[in-house]
Design a binder for this molecule. Structure first.
Ligand SMILES: NC(=O)c1ccc[n+]([C@@H]2O[C@H](COP(=O)([O-])OP(=O)(O)OC[C@H]3O[C@@H](n4cnc5c(N)ncnc54)[C@H](OP(=O)(O)O)[C@@H]3O)[C@@H](O)[C@H]2O)c1
Length: 284
């Protein structure tokens, strides 16, 4: 039995591999997969097995997976292509007899008002229909998504968003990785749907206060309407559909899309999630 982690060339997958090693999973029982395998030489040097995994190239999937493996399918980065890409991975997993597939979905799944949720919901259905034991890791927002907001706070003393009084229960990628590793290395998670998020849901006023504490300067939340947000984004060069997509995420936050604090993440990780101020300090 091996634990196969896709997307190990990326931020989250890499952290999952590190967490598995930290939990004492022998390096030779871990397969780190990705397209840019040259990014995996460091892990290979520590005894981790490395595989080229390209969701569009079925041969790489059949080669990387084996009967009895546990698989973490990290969602692909191209929302327009990823439903079919994930389907390729799930079909390969079923074909070879993988023992468990864990998929990184989105907080609240089909109840989420986020446009991004649609593709995750389709993959969740594929995972459920594949006849393989599965776990859904419904990840909320990474605190790292707000690196640019922190830069704005530092430069201008403002944090601009159109999320109203919406709250975000963000956690760091390392927090989500700890939960994923606990599931992959642990027992009894089959069929579970975990709503993973930070222990605390912060408002943008609270984000501004946290940024002020980290930066040692005054920071205020600049409340935008959706139209003002779109205009600001197109003004700095974003095309209109992308600007509407980004502003739409804030509109969904205003509706409560990302404010769930179920405690699933800290329970799985066995520790509290990283507080916002601490995460922002590390981001800086
Ligand atoms: N929850 C959040 O706040 C949030 C934010 C951003 C993204 N996400 C989602 O979470 C995923 C992981 O986040 P991250 O920060 O680790 O992203 P990341 O650093 O961009 O890594 C994405 C990983 O997915 C792999 N990948 C993408 N398309 C692939 C394909 N067609 N075949 C094989 N591998 C493919 C990449 O492999 P290569 O680099 O080797 O091609 C890379 O390892 C993202 O892909 C995205 O779906 C979540």
């Amino acid at each position: 039995m091996s634990i196969v982690v896709t997307g190990a060339t990326g931020h989250l997958g890499r952290l999952v591999v590190e967490e598995l090693l930290a939990r004492g999973v022998p390096a030779e029982e871990i397969v780190a997969g990705g397209r840019r395998v040259e990014e995996l030489t460091g892990l290979a040097g520590r005894g981790v097995r490395v595989a080229r995994i390209d969701y569009d190239d079925v041969a790489t999937l059949d080669e990387a997976l084996a009967a009895g493996d546990r698989l973490l399918l990290v969602s692909g980065s191209d929302p327009a292509a990823r439903v079919q890409q994930h389907r390729n991975v799930i079909e390969a997993a079923a074909r070879v007899g993988v023992a468990l597939v864990a998929y990184t979905s989105i907080l609240r799944g089909d109840a989420s008002p986020l446009a991004l949720a649609e593709t995750h919901v389709q993959t969740e259905a594929d995972v459920r229909g594949a006849g393989i034991p599965f776990v859904l890791l419904r990840n909320g927002w990474y605190t790292e998504n707000y690196g640019q907001a922190l830069q704005e706070a530092e430069a201008a003393g403002t944090v601009s968003a159109s999320a109203g009084d919406g709250r975000v229960a963000s956690a760091t990628r390392a927090d989500y990785a700890a939960a994923a590793a606990a599931v992959l290395a642990g027992e009894g998670h089959e069929g579970r749907v975990y709503e993973l998020s930070g222990d605390t849901a912060w408002s943008f006023d609270e984000f501004a206060a946290a940024a002020a504490e980290v930066l040692g300067r005054e920071v205020a939340y600049r409340r935008l309407t959706t139209d003002e947000h779109v205009a600001g984004l197109t003004g700095v060069g974003l095309d209109e559909p992308t600007a509407r997509f980004v502003a739409g995420m804030d509109a969904a936050i205003a509706e409560g899309a990302l404010d769930s604090t179920t405690g699933d993440l800290s329970r799985l990780a066995g520790r509290p999630t990283t507080p916002l101020v601490e995460a922002l300090r590390a981001l800086r």
